[in-house]
Design a protein around this ligand. Structure first.
Ligand code: KIV
Ligand code: ZN
Length: 513
């Protein structure tokens, strides 16, 4: 019989600790709601004694979240425990999470105590926390570097005192899977009352082992895994929960475990966390990176088209991401180009693949990635239109008035005429300039993504803006690279307008526009 692994999310506590600025109450609530929707069992929502803002967030989230268990962190200090309980009192079921250093270095040089005093502090705190709840987690901080005898001793005592979950953190990410799983195996073997508690693991990623250590721990008796979405957290981060969840799912025959997570919500939750926390996801990040399901080499693309199982162990749509993504570059073969055209609704007799493929390769060499709309232009436009632009940014001025409103005046060349337009916005100069450009061009577009990368100042300054815009249910990518970020932003939109214009101008063979 497969055993269930409890998923404990600490994005809002350990993850938040690593952010450059704290999240607001409403941002934390949005993340908590998304975690609840995903079916996370326990959500650690904060460390309420640490700041009034954290207390408020925990209080708010506790009153709203109903389907996941709410948990708050507390040191083994009376006031911490009382405040944690107070912050969660609106929740029907809550957990207090106590932690105390147990490694020699933490006991001696951080806490300046001996190990017996540590055991006393832990036991007293558990007794205090049990006044408020019967769900108490105790973490042996820096367990990864704690002697196994001390670890077994304190675990036995805290279970006897009433701890219901025993967390074994590798706080500094020091262990490798064989060492970490051995700790769990020995706890199961040596602690006489271990069956009265759930063993949890909480790994950090300093050596890149967090997910591997967590999986090896569940193979040896751990029943709860702690981590964060996208692996955000102190230093190199925490265990990436989406990776653990998908490893448990994908390797369920080997591990004989399952979780209650709704995996089709993983992608959306990851996006929300990345956006709210302003922590971009690396393209090659497992499960949720933009390249995680995109295939680039011609051989892989051909294999994918023949049978997805050739190169996919997880179907992206199962986690709520987009279906097969073939990255069309100069490494792609004819099969991939034909496949994309078919996906867009064209038949091979609508175009000449020989002609299309040779102009595709030329464009791919210049541009890198080739998008669907590029293919359509290559397949159906006359040479006259292939490289032609209709919109050019000429100049603009920006002012900010005393009320904080930005006033922009912009001139672009369009249909070989110069057109001037003004616009205003309280949301900044880019919003104002985009409004003005939209007033001129009037394509019904929706900005879906805006990314700005600015580097250096003065002569070396460079700003790169990439945007994704939706038009008629299709995505258009625009890029602007200039010295300043406002011109780059305007150029990126002009770039998109030119793509749309070319598509609108070419043959009426294009059915979907
Ligand atoms: O890494 C750690 O040890 C922690 C504890 C508070 C569980 O985050
Ligand atoms: Zn941690």
């Amino acid at each position: 019989m497969k055993e269930r692994i409890i998923i404990f999310d600490t994005t809002l506590r350990d993850g938040e600790q690593a952010l450059q600025s704290s999240l607001t109450v409403s941002q934390k609530l949005e993340i908590a709601l998304s975690l609840e929707k995903m079916g996370v069992d326990v959500i650690e929502v904060g460390f309420p004694i640490s700041s009034p803002g954290d207390f408020e967030s925990v209080k708010k989230i506790s009153s709203v979240i109903k389907n996941s268990r709410i948990c708050s962190l507390a040191r083994c200090v009376d006031q911490d425990i009382d405040v944690a309980a107070e912050s969660m009192k609106d929740s029907e079921k809550f957990r207090i999470h106590l932690f105390l250093g147990t490694s020699k270095i933490h006991v001696e040089s951080k806490l300046r105590k001996n190990f017996n005093e540590i055991i006393d502090m832990a036991v007293r705190s558990i007794i205090r926390a049990s006044k408020y709840t019967d769900d108490i987690e105790f973490s042996c901080e820096d367990a990864g570097r704690t002697s196994i005898d001390n670890l077994c001793l304190i675990v036995e005592k805290v279970i006897k005192a009433g701890a219901t979950t025993i967390n074994i953190p590798d706080t500094v990410g020091y262990t490798i899977p064989t060492e970490f799983s051995e700790i769990i195996r020995l706890l199961v073997l040596k602690v006489p009352n271990i069956d009265s508690a759930i063993i949890s693991v909480h790994c950090h990623n300093d050596l890149g082992m967090a997910v591997g250590n967590s999986i090896s721990a569940i193979q040896n008796g751990a029943r709860q895994v702690e981590g964060t979405i996208n692996g955000i957290g102190e230093r190199a981060g925490n265990t990436a929960l989406e990776e653990v969840i998908m490893a448990i799912k994908t390797k369920s025959d080997v591990l004989q475990k399952y979780t209650n997570i709704k995996i089709n919500k993983i992608y959306a939750t990851s996006k929300i966390v990345s956006q709210i926390c302003q922590m971009p996801i690396p393209a090659n990040k497992a499960i949720v990176g933009s390249n995680a399901f995109s295939h680039s080499s011609g051989i892989h693309q051909d294999g994918m088209i023949k049978n997805r199982n050739n190169y996919e162990i997880i179907f992206p749509e199962s986690i709520g991401a987009k279906n097969i993504s073939l990255n069309l570059t100069s490494r792609s073969g004819r099969a991939a180009v034909n496949y994309r055209m078919k996906e867009m609704g064209y038949k091979v007799c609508d175009y000449s693949i020989d002609q299309l493929y040779s102009s595709f390769l030329k464009l791919a060499d210049q541009k890198g990635q080739v998008f669907d709309y590029d293919l359509e232009i290559l397949a159906f436009a006359n040479d006259k239109y292939k490289n032609l632009d209709n919109f050019y940014l000429k100049c603009f001025t920006i002012q900010k008035d005393y009320q904080g409103c930005f006033i922009v005046s912009v001139i672009i060349s369009c249909d070989n005429k110069e057109i001037q337009q003004t616009s205003t916005s309280y949301y900044g100069p880019i919003d104002a300039i985009y409004l003005a450009l939209n007033k001129i061009v009037q394509y019904p577009i929706q900005l879906k993504k805006f990314e700005l990368l600015s580097q250096d100042l003065g002569d070396n300054s460079i700003s790169r803006v990439s945007i994704i815009v939706e038009y008629n249910n299709r995505d258009f990518y625009g890029l602007g690279i200039e010295k300043d970020f406002i011109t780059s932003s305007a150029q990126a939109l002009i770039n998109v307008f030119n793509y749309i214009w070319r598509l609108k101008t070419i043959s009426i063979k294009l059915k979907n526009l």
